[in-house]
Design a protein around this ligand. Sequence first.
Ligand SMILES: [Zn+2]
Length: 67
Amino acid sequence: MYCQGEMKPGTATYHVDRRGYHVLLDHVPAWICSQCGEVYFEKEAVQVIQRLIGDMDARVRELVQTV
Ligand SMILES: [Zn+2]
């Protein structure tokens, strides 16, 4: 935490840049600093996104190999 701003629950866009693909997820649960706007994503949300990326990595590899 860089500032002492109050953290408020909300949602934010999660941007994933991977080799070969890019994902934008809307409305990901997050805590947002009311002072500086810094976003901290919910730990559970990040875990789900990591599983999603694992699946995507495998599918994208499959796709690229078939082209
Ligand atoms: Zn802040």
